[in-house]
Design a protein around this ligand. Structure first.
Ligand code: CMX
Length: 138
């Protein structure tokens, strides 16, 4: 699949402001880039830790994916995002290996990345996001 690094780890939180304060203490750095992604029904912020980021996700709708996750499992790690160079090609490869895709085509995610999710039922219970940074040349 040619993953270059862990792009970010997504953490589902009930209250973004409270969690920002907590993670600023834990990580010793400030968050940036608060964004609402309306089609995903979430509000997000990031913390940069070297090449990787921590993404806090607060649901804007109890029926959205993060709202349903928190209702079922409570707050905690929600997904792991892997950076790949060519997302369209990677999705074709993954599909051939009979791993279930949530997104068959890349779509726009936070920070302008092209993203797609793999279904946790076919990845050992872990929601995996694949991302491509369109500003990095292939
Ligand atoms: N990690 C692991 N398992 C998860 C999960 C997660 N993040 N989210 C849901 N599941 C599991 C549920 O526990 C449930 O398992 P059981 O059947 O064993 O109880 C199963 O998946 C189905 O869950 P559901 O609550 O009935 O929800 P849906 O089937 O409607 O949706 C999923 C599940 C994964 C397809 C949906 O959450 C999704 O499309 N997620 C990808 C998009 C997303 O999460 N976006 C938010 C953040 C985006 C961003 O970072 O920009």
């Amino acid at each position: 699949m040619n993953v270059s690094h862990v792009e970010h780890i997504g953490i589902a939180v009930k209250n973004l402001q409270e969690s920002i304060q907590l993670y600023e203490i834990i990580l010793g750095t400030s968050c940036y880039g608060m964004e609402e992604i309306s089609d995903q029904k979430v509000r997000t912020v990031f913390f940069k830790i070297g090449q990787t980021k921590i993404e806090l996700l607060e649901s804007t709708d109890p029926e959205g994916p993060v709202g349903k996750f928190i209702e079922k499992k409570g707050e905690g790690v929600h997904h792991i995002a892997f950076a790949v160079q060519d997302l369209t090609e990677t999705l074709k490869e993954v599909e051939k290996k009979e791993i279930r895709l949530i997104d068959r085509q890349p779509r726009l995610g936070a920070e302008g990345l092209h993203i797609a999710f793999l279904h946790p039922k076919s990845t050992g219970g872990v929601l995996i996001e694949l991302c491509e940074n369109p500003s990095i040349k292939k």
